[in-house]
Design a protein around this ligand. Structure first.
Ligand code: ZN
Length: 188
């Protein structure tokens, strides 16, 4: 097992649709284990395979629900049913999002309050989770990664230009930027 480098915006793998997993082999199980380790070390509440440079439809998540129960797992070849998204502007306190591939920054983004995630786990057992609130947000964020979309690509106008300016300032938005959790001082 190993912690993997996290790709930063501009890395091509982050900006194209990831491919379906067809082989449930040892390589896949190593990838998933490494993704858990990398997510925990970052730390983050979710991580998509594209973020560690692998263009496959896999993500992991780790979240604590309102009762303090851990909700942790992997999903492979996910499908996501998404509820309505309000037209209201995102709340700057309660609807703020971050991303390990745009590390150290946070921006408000409106998301659907309800989703239904389905797919399979590493053992090819079905995964089916209905989620609301933060968990629904995490699933939308990670699913978007597999579609080649970062949350910063979906921001409302003012925030979008702020994010673009920051990316430019940091030298992001081009190929070759990444960071290693535990080594580099950055956070999502
Ligand atoms: Zn992300």
């Amino acid at each position: 097992m190993a912690i993997r480098r996290i790709h930063i915006t501009g890395s091509p793998v982050l900006h194209r649709r990831a491919q379906e997993v067809t082989e449930f082999n040892r390589e896949l199980s190593t990838l998933v284990k490494d993704m858990y380790q990398t997510m925990d070390k970052a730390p983050g509440v979710g991580l998509a395979a594209t973020q560690v440079g692998i263009g496959l439809r896999v993500f992991v998540y780790d979240y604590e629900d309102a009762d303090g129960n851990p909700v942790r797992g992997e999903v492979i070849n996910p499908k996501l049913e998404v509820g309505p998204i309000s037209e209201e502007p995102a709340d700057e306190e309660n609807e703020i999002e971050g991303c390990l591939s745009f590390p150290g920054e946070r921006f408000p983004l409106k998301r659907a309050n309800w989703v239904k995630l389905s797919g399979v786990d590493l053992n090819q057992n079905p995964v089916e989770i209905e989620a609301t609130g933060w968990l629904a947000r995490i699933f939308q964020h990670e699913y978007d990664h597999l579609e080649g979309t970062l949350y910063v690509d979906k921001l409302a106008e003012g925030y979008a230009s702020e994010a673009a300016d920051l990316a430019k300032e940091y030298g992001w938005g081009v190929e070759g930027n990444s960071w290693l959790p535990g080594k580099d001082k950055l956070e999502g």
